[in-house]
Design a protein around this ligand. Structure first.
Ligand code: F6R
Ligand code: ZN
Length: 201
């Protein structure tokens, strides 16, 4: 029988924490390879290996039909023009879907279908519920000026596969252009960064 303390938790939607549980912190050094602007990564790391996001996971039960959930909190900010984001992953059990619930702040979720390579971007904000289908790489991005917090609920046996994304990254990137968040092809963004370096702009 699952322990009573596992059945009930209090969470703070502003801080993105769950009472009594220690968050896992992801700092710039943990995902520096994911951001495209390498000069901006180096400059930011020289200043501080700052916190990008934290996740607190709850695993109340295991086995067939059981659920796990977690609360995420992404700090506002950018590395170069690219907004703070999570590493992103596929579920090891590819069929496992997930539900995200926006709690605070202004965000986006980038979904990339592993089978077709097609991408979709959905808004993640308070009062929104997002369904992430199976076999879909998912990354959360904070495009606002305050911390972005959300809950994610997924099958206990979903597992997290970070390998594929660590190797090839998402095909699209979310960057700031003229003060607006825009979704661009990462390859185009990388070419633009190269041109900027070549022309010293
Ligand atoms: C769980 C899930 C979220 C993420 C969280 C951090 O399946 O999707 O709880 O774990 O948004 O992102 P990652 O795991 O990509 O570092
Ligand atoms: Zn997930």
């Amino acid at each position: 029988m699952t322990d009573l303390s596992e059945l009930f938790k209090l969470f703070d939607p502003t801080l993105g924490t769950i009472d009594g549980l220690e968050p896992i912190e992801r700092r710039l050094v943990d995902l520096h390879t994911m951001f495209s602007d390498k000069q901006a990564v180096t400059a930011a790391l020289q200043a501080e290996n700052h916190l990008i996001y934290s996740v607190t996971a709850v695993q109340p039960d295991e086995g067939d039909g059981a659920l796990h959930y977690g609360i995420g909190c992404i700090m506002p900010g950018r590395i170069g023009d690219e907004y703070h984001m999570t590493k992103g992953h596929l579920h090891s059990r590819r069929a496992a879907a997930e539900v995200y619930i926006g709690l605070q702040g202004e965000g986006l979720m980038l979904l990339e279908d592993e089978r077709t390579g097609s991408s979709r971007t959905l808004p993640l904000q308070p009062h929104s519920v997002l369904y992430v289908p199976g076999a879909t790489a998912h990354r959360t991005i904070n495009i606002g000026a305050s911390p972005l917090t959300y809950l994610g609920i997924y099958p206990a046996d979903a597992g997290h596969d970070y390998g594929a994304i660590a190797e090839r990254n998402f095909r699209q990137a979310v960057i700031c252009r003229n003060g607006e968040a825009v979704v661009v092809e990462r390859s185009d963004y990388l070419r633009q960064l190269e041109r900027n370096t070549a022309t010293g702009s």
